[in-house]
Design a protein around this ligand. Structure first.
Ligand SMILES: N[C@@H](CCC(=O)N[C@@H](CS)C(=O)NCC(=O)O)C(=O)O
Length: 215
């Protein structure tokens, strides 16, 4: 399998964790999101992913799959152990809804192309752009903290004590928050889950700092 990835891309980070948990080896194909205006926008990569975003998985059978959550569910269906979604429909909906709260309500608002549009098209200054970035993480994390702190299904991780799709989305989003100096002390449940996840080898090996293209 081939994974088109960028070390700091949190959507790629989600997939790297899934591949590691399932013990699947893959070739890492780096796509530099900044250099030369962004390799993701070049025709060579657009042939693989028309949206010009990472990650993209190309599996051994030649299937090309964009979108991290679609990739993770595909891997979960084709390599069921260990499962990344719980056994009951209600619990699966719960885990997916946490994942989507991060992947749809927080992450896209702070995507590179959105930040570039704010800066270069709307001419928002750096302070306002940073405030925008923090706002969507902080407001999203506040909701998530309340939700996870009050749900009896929350364990050492988002759902019980074993990794699920929800943790695969949360941990990379916390990495982004830390990178931008957002104080995660206000979200003790998220912080506790992060500390536990970072003791799990699959999460450690997926971290941005240890990828082949890390800078
Ligand atoms: N919904 C997509 C989001 C992918 C995405 O936003 N990728 C970012 C990096 S985390 C990207 O490639 N950005 C490039 C750009 O904005 O130009 C997924 O889950 O795969």
């Amino acid at each position: 399998m081939k994974l088109y990835s960028y070390f700091r891309s949190s959507a790629s980070y989600r997939v790297r964790i899934a591949l590691n948990l399932k013990n699947l080896s893959y070739d890492y194909v780096p796509v530099h999101l900044i250099r030369g205006g962004g390799e993701q926008l070049k025709p060579e990569y657009r042939r693989v992913n028309q949206d010009g975003i990472v990650p993209t998985l190309v599996d051994d059978a030649g299937h090309t799959i964009p979108q991290s959550l679609a990739i993770i569910e595909y891997l979960d269906e084709t390599h069921p152990e260990p499962p990344l979604l719980p056994g009951s429909a209600a619990d699966r909906a719960h885990v997916r809804s946490i994942a989507l709260q991060i992947a749809c309500e927080i992450h896209p608002l702070d995507n590179l192309r959105v930040l570039r549009y704010l800066k270069h098209t709307l001419h928002v200054d750096d302070a306002a752009k940073d405030a925008w970035y923090r706002h969507w993480i902080e407001s999203g994390f506040a909701t998530l903290e309340t939700r996870l702190a009050s749900d009896p299904r929350t364990g050492k991780l988002c759902f019980g004590d074993t990794p699920t799709l929800a943790d695969l989305c949360l941990i990379p989003q916390i990495f982004n928050a830390n990178r931008f100096g957002i104080d995660t002390k206000c979200y003790p449940t998220l912080q506790r889950i992060h500390a536990h996840a970072m003791q799990i080898d699959a999460f450690v090996r997926a971290a941005p700092g240890v990828q082949p293209d890390a800078e």
